[in-house]
Ligand binder design. Structure first.
Ligand SMILES: Nc1ncnc2c1ncn2[C@@H]1O[C@H](COP(=O)(O)OP(=O)(O)OP(=O)(O)O)[C@@H](O)[C@H]1O
Length: 233
């Protein structure tokens, strides 16, 4: 269980997170929505230890991760699938998987055969370099890399970014597969179709806070909430 309380953080000239409260129970998928610039990426990066909080707390299964370094947070079981995938263009898929597997070895159920079973397209591209992959395949590689660390919690930042609808559906299937294996996820998304397809619950941020939380079915059934908080009909 992830428990975030009163989290404040930001950059030199601006405080972005103004006191974020967020609970993510084990095995649940929370879709994190919000207009551009409300602080979704800053929240994900603060949870991962890439941005240092000025106040508040982050606990995972009771362990205090507040302000810890990214490598410490990763070892505690948190993995980031960053926006823009951040794969290494010259390395092959096999090399990416081998490097990630080395870091996660022995800590849980995910190994290379298992992530390839979840993401079969990668199995057909093992000798390709990451730079030769399509955007969707790079996203799958970024997911595979995260899973191979055997995380308890995966933070995904706009996995649908720049992908065609049919490819977004494949990413949705991969997220569903992770969830079926018991992985807990926070998925930042602009694509409501994907967020609704994968999330058990929706959290909406505005001006550096989580201002709304409801089960996905409830959120979908009341379009006035989405209209007010996201500016969509
Ligand atoms: N590295 C940085 N240095 C300074 N300011 C930043 C930095 N990264 C983000 N910001 C600012 O922090 C605010 C929140 O940005 P953030 O990326 O967290 O929002 P977001 O909700 O993820 O937006 P989007 O949906 O557009 O990705 C914005 O005003 C942004 O300009």
């Amino acid at each position: 269980m992830l428990e975030v309380r009163g989290l404040r953080s930001g950059y030199k000239r601006s405080t972005v997170l103004q006191g974020v409260d967020l609970d993510v129970p084990d095995g649940r998928v929370v879709g994190l929505l919000g207009r551009n610039g409300v602080g979704k990426t800053t929240l994900i990066h603060t949870l991962m230890g890439l941005v240092t909080p000025s106040a508040g707390s982050v606990h995972l299964d009771g362990a205090d991760l507040t302000g810890r370094r990214p490598d410490v947070v990763a070892r505690a079981g948190v993995a980031l699938v960053p926006q823009g995938r951040r794969v290494w263009a010259p390395l092959t898929v096999t090399e990416h998987l081998a490097l990630a597997a080395r870091r996660g070895r022995g800590r849980g159920p995910w190994d290379v055969p298992r992530v390839i079973a979840l993401l079969p397209r990668l199995g057909e591209r093992l000798r390709h370099t990451a730079g030769q992959l399509s955007g969707g395949e790079q996203q799958m590689l970024a997911i595979a890399r995260a899973l191979l660390t055997n995380p308890r919690l995966v933070l995904m930042d706009e996995p649908s970014d720049g992908l065609a609808p049919a490819v977004v559906d494949l990413i949705g299937e991969a997220v569903a597969g992770m969830k079926a294996e018991g992985v807990t996820l926070v998925v930042v998304e602009q694509d409501l179709h994907l967020a609704f397809a994968v999330a058990d619950e929706i959290a909406v941020m505005d001006k550096g806070r989580v201002v709304h939380r409801s089960p996905t079915l409830e959120f979908r059934s009341d379009s006035s909430v989405a209209a007010a908080l996201l500016g969509v009909a």
